[in-house]
Design a binder for this molecule. Structure first.
Ligand code: GLA
Length: 380
């Protein structure tokens, strides 16, 4: 059964009637630009074909209810504020709250969710959930919320209601991506450019490899990276590390006396430049040439930002040894997925090479698939 039919069936089962409509929002992989979003920098994600579907209908009791195929017993809440709904339901309650807090009249609805976005794999299953609920509420309520304002509302749900200090990358990708395009986003101005990203036409593919490494210390480490970057910007007297360019970097590093802070800063400054360089190459159709930028991004995340783990380092090494043009971890880090740019006919052998390397290291087997850039959040 498809994700939409299971979501619809879950709705009928929980609420004893059919939904008014179905909405979908995807997970994402970030081609390049990691941890740059909360430094006012640049990112370049594309939407995965995997998505979260919400079956949604009006709620006669004037409250909000949500269930999912994993948690069939609905969570119900009325007017709500941060801290009130906890667990996975907080991502949904947070969106209702953030929309209300932004001044919108949010229609009370009943929701049933299903998803094939892998959980805990660093491909934004939580942003997919926020984005699908937000889009359904906006459509059903007839709310006039411009597309470019939507990601920040979903981000606020996550930052303030759920309490995770994440940037704007994931929600922007889930809401604003277009099929066959990568989304070049300026995280300071929210300006976007849809970059043509039709790899099949070039005989290429992005292989996504889920390391299946257990996520460890993710929240604390993420927050610590963010604090260090903000402290560095403060010492350098700039609004955010986005304001430091590569030519200015040596002088900036001299003004920071903490080695960890220097390395974190170097990652952000060079990563922003790698995003810009990747976009320049893609704009002129030189897709294979982005490979070294992807690999350099990984090295920077491994050595300077220190957010990789053995499983993702091994996957990158094995993919490169199997002939990938470039490979890097994608997402927040400490596990999650690796992406590799490969000739289309090398996707399978590359996946097999990574699996063999995992076996040699005694790691849990990885899961791999070829990701084609899909659509952003939409009514089905
Ligand atoms: C997580 C966060 C994003 C972003 C990435 C790293 O996915 O939710 O905001 O910071 O990590 O690029």
């Amino acid at each position: 059964m498809s994700v939409s039919s299971t979501a619809e069936a879950a709705f009928r089962e929980a609420y004893g009637t059919g939904p008014e409509g179905l909405w979908a929002a995807p997970g994402r992989v970030n081609l390049i630009g990691e941890h740059t979003d909360y430094n006012d920098g640049f990112v370049l994600p594309f939407a995965l074909p995997q998505r979260t579907v919400a079956a949604v209908g009006p709620a006669p009791d004037g409250k909000w209810s949500v269930c999912s195929t994993l948690a069939p017993e609905p969570v119900t809440f009325g007017v709500t504020g941060p801290g009130e709904v906890t667990g996975w339901g907080a991502y949904v309650a947070g969106v209702v709250w953030a929309l209300q807090d932004a001044g919108y009249e949010v229609p009370p609805v009943r929701i049933a969710l299903d998803s094939d976005v892998p959980l805990g794999a660093g491909v934004s299953s939580s942003a997919a959930m926020e984005s699908v609920v937000l889009t359904a509420l906006i459509d059903l309520g007839g709310l006039d919320v411009p597309l470019e304002r939507r990601p920040a509302i979903a981000q606020r749900a996550e930052n303030v209601y759920v309490g995770a200090p994440t940037g704007i990358l994931d929600q922007s990708a889930s809401i604003r991506c277009e099929p066959g395009r990568a989304l070049f986003l300026d995280c300071r101005t929210y300006e976007v450019e849809q970059i043509p990203f039709d790899l099949a036409a070039e005989g290429l593919a992005i292989l996504v490899i889920n390391s299946n490494a257990p996520h460890q210390h993710v929240d604390g480490e993420y927050g610590a990276r963010r604090k260090t970057c903000e402290a560095a910007a403060g010492i350098l007297g700039v609004t955010a590390l986005r304001d430091v360019s590569v030519p200015e970097l040596p002088e900036a590093l001299e003004r920071l006396d903490d080695d960890v802070m220097r390395r974190r800063t170097r990652h952000i400054v060079t990563e922003n430049q790698r995003v810009l360089d990747t976009v320049t190459l893609l704009r002129s159709g030189r897709v294979r040439e982005i490979g070294p930028l992807l690999t350099a991004s990984h090295t920077s995340m491994r050595d300077d930002f220190e957010i990789t783990v053995a499983q993702v380092d091994v996957a990158v090494r094995a993919a490169l040894a199997a002939g990938a043009y470039g490979a890097r971890m994608t997402g927040g880090g400490f596990g999650g997925c690796v992406l590799a740019l490969v000739d289309a006919d090398r996707a399978e052998p590359t996946a097999a090479a990574v699996a063999a390397a995992y076996e040699e290291h005694g790691f849990t087997a990885p899961t791999s698939w070829v990701a084609v850039a899909g659509p952003g959040a939409t009514r089905l």
